[in-house]
Design a protein around this ligand. Structure first.
Ligand SMILES: Cc1cc2nc3c(=O)[nH]c(=O)nc-3n(C[C@H](O)[C@H](O)[C@H](O)COP(=O)(O)OP(=O)(O)OC[C@H]3O[C@@H](n4cnc5c(N)ncnc54)[C@H](O)[C@@H]3O)c2cc1C
Length: 396
C-alpha cells in the first residue's frame, strides 16, 4: 500500500499562525493537511506560557471573522486604555491615550491583551472540526520539497504527503525554511525576557507601562485592574539575577522600580523565559512553498507586533489563494507567491528594522544614546503627527 496522501495545501505547524491560515481556508473546497508534533489534547488546551499578546483593532477584526474572538473564554480579553514609555530617571515620558476612533469606528481602547494560550485555544476550537482538514498530530515534518509540478513533505514516521502548496508556520527557527534554501536575517539580541503575573493593591489604570531602566527594561501589561503581567528584559548573562530572586524579593523589586505606583505587589504565577532572537526571511516563498507567521518574521516583542504581523500574513496569503480558487488558477503559482511576498514584505520590513533600531537605542547605555532617547521621547510627545503615526500603528 502506498504511504503517500495528496492534498491541496499542507500547513506545517499548528501554532496560532498555522491554525489561522487553515481557518481562513474553511470556506473553500481545498483539501488541507496540518502537521504538528503536539498531541490533539495539548492543541485543544495549550498550557499557559506567560505571553500576554497585545492585539490591534485589525487583529481583533480578523479573529472575529474566524469566530475565534467570541471563543476566547469569558473575562480573558483585557482592554488596554493607554500606554506610557519612560526612559530611566528622565522626567519625560511618552504617553499614548485611547484614540477617538480606530479603523474608522469609535473606540474606547488602544488595543487588547489576550494570553497566548487562550488565543491558540480559541483558534483551535474553530478549526478542530473543520471538514476540509486532515490532522497529523504527534508528527513532525522531517523534510520538504518543492518542484514546478508539486510539493510535499515527509513526516518523521516516513509517511509522505504531497500538495499544490506547502505553507510553513513552524516558528522563527523554521527548519523547513532552511531546507528550502530561504536566507534569513537573524539577530541575537543577547537578551532574555522573563515574564510572570503580579497582583497589586493600587490600580494599573489599564495602562501599559514600559520603563527603560539602565541595563534592563520593565514592562507592566495591565490585565484586570489589580492584575498585571511583568515583563523584564535583561542581558542573558544577568538573567539569573532576576530568576534567582524568591517571590517576595521579586515583588519588592517590581514595586520599587515602578516607584510604588502599584502599591503592594505579589507574584502570582511561575516565571517564563524567552531568549530574544529576531528573524526576517529575505523572501517569504520558494517553489510551491510559502512562509507565514514567525517563520516569515520573528519580532522582538517590545513593539508587540509579532502575532499581529503573523495574522496579517495569513490574511494576505489566504485572500490570494481564495481568489486563485475562484478563477480556477494554480494556488501554488510563482506569480501568486511573489505577490504575497511583495505585499507582506512591504509591511514587515520597516516594522522589523524600526523595532530593532528602537531596541538598540534603548539598550545602549552610552551618554549620546541616553541624550538621543530623551530627545526622541520629548520630540515624539510634542509632535502630534509622530504620536498619531505611532498610535495608528498600535491600533492597526
Ligand atoms: C515574550 C513574548 C511576548 C510577545 N508579545 C506579543 C505581543 O504583545 N503581540 C504580538 O502580536 N505578538 C507577541 N509575541 C509574538 C507571538 O507570540 C508570536 O508571533 C506567535 O506566537 C507566533 O505564532 P506562530 O504560529 O507563527 O509560531 P509558533 O507559536 O512558534 O508555532 C509554531 C508551531 O510549529 C510547530 N512545528 C515546529 N517545527 C515543526 C515541524 N518540523 N513539523 C511540524 N510542526 C512543527 C510547533 O510545534 C508549533 O506548534 C510575543 C512573543 C514573546 C516570546
Amino acid at each position: 500500500m502506498s504511504n503517500t496522501s495528496s492534498f491541496d495545501v499542507i500547513v506545517i505547524g499548528a501554532g496560532p499562525a498555522g491554525l489561522s491560515l487553515a481557518r481562513s481556508l474553511a470556506d473553500t473546497s481545498l483539501k488541507i493537511a496540518i502537521v504538528d508534533p503536539a498531541p490533539a489534547d495539548v492543541l485543544k488546551n495549550p498550557p499557559a506560557d506567560g505571553r500576554e499578546i497585545a492585539l490591534t483593532h485589525q487583529s481583533k477584526e480578523l479573529l472575529e471573522s474566524m469566530g475565534a474572538w467570541d471563543a476566547v473564554p469569558e473575562g480573558e480579553i483585557f482592554k488596554l486604555r493607554s500606554a506610557k514609555v519612560v526612559d530611566g530617571t528622565s522626567p519625560f515620558e511618552l504617553h499614548f491615550a485611547t484614540p477617538e476612533t480606530a479603523r474608522g469606528k469609535p473606540t474606547d481602547t488602544l488595543g487588547y491583551l489576550i494570553s497566548n494560550h487562550h488565543i491558540r485555544q480559541s483558534i483551535y476550537s474553530q478549526v478542530e472540526h473543520q471538514p476540509n482538514i486532515t490532522w497529523f498530530t504527534e508528527q513532525k515534518v522531517q523534510s520538504v520539497y518543492g518542484k514546478s509540478e508539486d510539493a510535499g513533505v515527509t513526516l518523521a514516521n516516513g509517511q509522505k504527503l504531497t500538495a499544490r502548496l506547502v505553507v510553513a508556520a513552524d516558528s522563527r527557527f523554521s527548519t523547513t525554511r532552511q531546507q528550502m534554501g530561504i536566507p534569513v536575517d537573524m539577530h541575537d539580541f543577547g537578551r532574555t525576557v522573563i515574564t510572570f503575573r503580579i497582583e497589586h493593591t493600587a490600580s494599573n489604570d489599564n495602562t501599559a507601562f514600559e520603563c527603560f531602566h539602565y541595563g534592563r527594561t520593565l514592562a507592566i501589561l495591565p490585565l484586570t485592574e489589580h492584575l498585571s503581567s511583568a515583563v523584564i528584559t535583561i542581558d542573558t548573562q544577568l538573567a539569573h539575577t532576576v530568576e534567582d530572586l524568591d517571590d517576595a524579593a521579586q515583588a519588592q523589586d517590581i514595586a520599587q522600580r515602578v516607584n510604588g505606583q502599584l502599591g503592594d505587589v505579589k507574584v502570582v504565577s511561575q516565571q517564563y523565559r524567552y531568549p530574544l532572537v529576531g528573524t526576517h526571511a529575505r523572501r517569504f516563498y520558494s517553489t510551491r512553498f510559502a512562509l507565514v507567521g514567525d517563520a516569515a518574521v520573528g519580532m522582538h516583542p517590545v513593539t508587540a507586533h509579532g502575532f499581529n504581523l503573523g495574522l496579517n500574513s495569513t490574511m494576505i496569503l489566504s485572500d490570494l489563494i481564495k481568489s486563485a480558487v475562484r478563477q480556477n488558477r494554480d494556488i501554488g503559482a510563482p506569480t501568486l507567491l511573489q505577490q504575497y511576498d511583495r505585499k507582506h514584505q512591504l509591511k514587515t520590513r520597516p516594522i522589523y528594522h524600526g523595532t530593532n533600531f528602537v531596541v538598540k537605542l534603548f539598550t545602549n547605555e552610552t551618554p549620546p544614546a541616553k541624550l538621543l532617547r530623551t530627545a526622541i521621547i520629548r520630540a515624539s510627545n510634542m509632535l502630534s503627527p509622530v504620536k498619531k503615526l505611532i498610535s495608528h500603528q498600535l491600533t492597526g
